[in-house]
Design a protein around this ligand. Structure first.
Ligand code: XMP
Ligand code: MG
Length: 183
């Protein structure tokens, strides 16, 4: 980890160069696995939009992209996984090979619920490409992503699409937010 000049960031977890390498590797693997499958890359807004933009440019086989947005039910403090579709896909996914691009996988509850909803539409396959997975001791996420970019520490991280109160999504690196910013 290295320090940086941003007043709200304690340390950098993933530099721009590290991110480039991770995404290039994921794109190469997806290109290999989805040759002739014309996969549909689905972004769950908003956090994954930056990762998706880089990922699709690292994919060298034909693919398409669509977006959806969900909102969680409940008090918003703990993820229950139960979600409501706020913006649905514009693409019919029946018979399609779907890859969901996710920015960060924590409990995985939101995504497992979403996958269940999408499976009812009978895609040919659904896999998850998670840019990052939080390392939480003795806890495994509810879903097993086919593609994992990197494991990150169990800290609140921002940047590269990840926000705190809608800020910091535009940072080109991933960093740990100083606790005094959110306490
Ligand atoms: P679950 O638990 O359903 O939730 O996998 C994953 C979602 O939680 C958010 N999340 C974070 N957002 N920094 C963020 O900016 C973090 O460290 C973090 N951890 C979880 C995120 O929206 C993700 O999609
Ligand atoms: Mg997200």
């Amino acid at each position: 980890m290295s320090s940086c000049n941003h007043p709200d960031i304690e340390s950098i977890v993933l530099s721009e160069d590290a991110i480039k390498e991770i995404v290039a590797r994921m794109g190469a693997k997806i290109s290999e696995d989805y040759k002739d499958k014309n996969p549909l890359i689905i972004t769950v807004l908003r956090g994954a939009f930056v990762f998706t933009a880089d990922l699709v440019r690292a994919i060298t086989v034909p693919c398409s992209v669509d977006f959806m947005a969900v909102s969680s039910y409940g008090d918003g403090v703990k993820s229950t996984g139960v979600v409501r579709i706020v913006k649905d896909l514009d693409t019919r996914i029946e018979g399609r090979h779907v890859v969901i691009a996710e920015d960060i996988l924590d409990s995985g509850l939101t995504l497992s619920y979403l996958i269940e909803m999408l499976e009812a539409r009978h895609p040919a396959s659904i896999e998850v490409a998670a840019f990052s997975v939080k390392d939480i001791p003795d806890k495994r996420p509810a879903i097993e992503p086919r593609y994992v970019g990197v494991h990150v520490p169990n800290e609140f991280i921002v940047g590269y699409g990840l926000d705190y109160a809608e800020r910091y999504r535009n940072l080109p690196y991933v960093g740990i937010l100083k606790p005094e910013v959110y306490s």
